[in-house]
Design a protein around this ligand. Sequence first.
Ligand code: PHE
Length: 454
Amino acid sequence: WLSGDKEPEKRENFTSQLGFILVTVSSAVGLGNIWRFSYITGVNGGGAFLLIYMLCVLFVAMPIMIAEFSIGRKGKMSPVGSFKKLAPDKRYWIIPGILSVLTPLIIMIYYPVVSGWALGYVFESIFNWGPITSDPSTAFSVFSAAPTSILFTAAALIMTAGVLLGGVTKGIEKSSKILMPVLFLLLLILVLRSLTLPGSFEGVKFLFVPDFTKLTLRGVLDALGHSFYSLSLGMGIIITYASYMKKETDLPKATASIITLDTAVALLSGLAIFPAVFALGINPAEGAGLAFITLPGAFAQIPAGQFFSITFFLLLFIAALTSMISIMQIPLSFLEEEYKMKKKTALMLITAFLIIAGVPAALSFGPMSDVLIFGNTFFDATDKFVNIVLLPITGLLCTLFVIFHLGIKNSKQIFMEGAENQNSILGKIYPFSIRYIAPIAIVLIMLNGFGFFN
Ligand code: PHE
């Protein structure tokens, strides 16, 4: 029985395994890794923040990813359906399911704005190359303050809906198999250039030498939230993907690849951005524009930089698009499944809502910059609400669901099903980290971050 029928099964296993990793990675790798990671690392003072971020990825986000995988694999439905099915008699467990559907809608109020910037920077690199490289800071302020932001935002949303409607999601995913390695390569070129600029070493120190005096309790909360954000946790994405995956998927292997790739892209973009930040004399705590201010500056120092810049921002936009496709799928499936809505109607509804809701976010850097919600612009308020409130809470609820309802042993078994290496280290540390580390860390970090212990 050994060789006869084992071989083909294995090959098939490999293809589906790769496909599964690919779609999950294309959801995880997005603006979060390049734009958001660099901007909040800069605001939070660099090295110490990075260290806490990595700890959060390993000890909090990873177990929660495993928990979400097991919920989706067992529930075999969208988040709301999965929680309902796994806990038919305890209706309150539907709460994390509902949050998983709501969070994508809130993320999509402001994420397309930044996707729009990436798209806009393709054009800026073509038509405005001089200004965006000679005074990148002013160029970004002017660009992001202009009401044309609304158009770029709407374009990003309409393209996302178009891909979902045309059923070409598969095509996009296939092409991202080629495009994402190109983005990776471009990042590598940028890293090399950035590291060889005079004065760049300060940036390396900033990123890798922890200075704990610069880290605040809010910074720790930022690190926690970003670990969920970057890995697409708490947004229903992982649960949904797990519900679709083939039975023989090797989840421990997939989890390790997804986390490694996602973190690698973040680190590379940090290494592309911070050395250039210091070499070009830009303020690391610049805020949401950091990547858009620094990268054109670094490209300008490369032969054929304009060409590379155009390509880079185009690929960044595609990375954002693949993330938006994955996240828009969540409310879409919800409306299709729960309300039996037609795909076209549901997509039109969602897109119209998001275009309207996106207007104040798009204008937050210009005409509406002084309209404040608890001291934040509309853009910042939505980003913060998602990252420091919604994602940690949904993560915590998933943890509690596994501990008190699904059962840790059961959850681990579901995760390990089909794994080639039954002694995977991920499986070994999961029970302890999901029971003790993740929930306690989330509660403590949230309470501290909101100042309950001050
Ligand atoms: N992981 C994504 C990123 O890093 C987060 C995200 C996913 C945001 C899907 C929006 C949509 O960009």
